[in-house]
Ligand binder design. Sequence first.
Ligand code: AMP
Length: 249
Amino acid sequence: MKILVPVKRVVDANIKVRVKADGTGVETQNVKMSMNPFCEIAVEEALRLKEAGKATEIIAVSCGPVQCQETIRTALAMGADRGVLVETDVPLEPLAIAKLLKAVAEKEQPGLILLGKQAIDNDCNQTGQMLSALLGWGQATFVSKLAVEADHVEATREVDGGLEVVKARLPAVVTVDLRLNEPRYASLPNIMKAKKKPIEIFKPEALGVDVTPRVIVLKVVEPAKRNAGVKVPDVATLVAKLRTEAKVI
Ligand code: AMP
């Protein structure tokens, strides 16, 4: 069984994101970019499934500018077998990405598509769900435990107030949550080996997908600055402040 792992290039999780001076978006020039952390978890899970003999090949796919090749190389250095880049400079929305991934899935015929539950830059949490609907495949989202059997997956999902266990027939779409695993670091020899692994490149037009944006971002603003806290001398003052200043009691 092949596993397709869509990986997104995002501003590194440890970088303080800055809004562009003209408010049209966030600054990505000269900023460290990395693989979306949830996608790393998806790659790790795919590797573990291959190591357990449940998968034969792992294909990392990224959609976006040519620099997304670096993100694919990271997945290859972790252990993925080959990469697919859908190259475009058009800003991509989840629906466009889901359509591109559907086209790649139709070419590759994977048994399982493992995505991150969300991208940390846009927090959309949409791509996996849209992809599953477009393909007509079953889905399990927010997965914190995954068992792959011959014809189905059994997935434990993190839901409000507890865990839910679902079964989905293969082929299926699974989106992964934080507690599924801890991704490995790529070793130096594997980083070297990854340079030789193949990456196939397609343009959206070659896949027959129109990626024209449908949503216009009107403005991006920094969150309001938080006021410094104060220390109160006793409980009576705290209660008074909660009543008269915060007005929460
Ligand atoms: P989102 O729906 O944007 O929160 O993203 C959820 C997941 O979809 C990510 O963790 C990736 O697995 C996948 N994804 C989103 N954008 C891309 C992209 N540009 N290229 C490849 N995969 C993506």
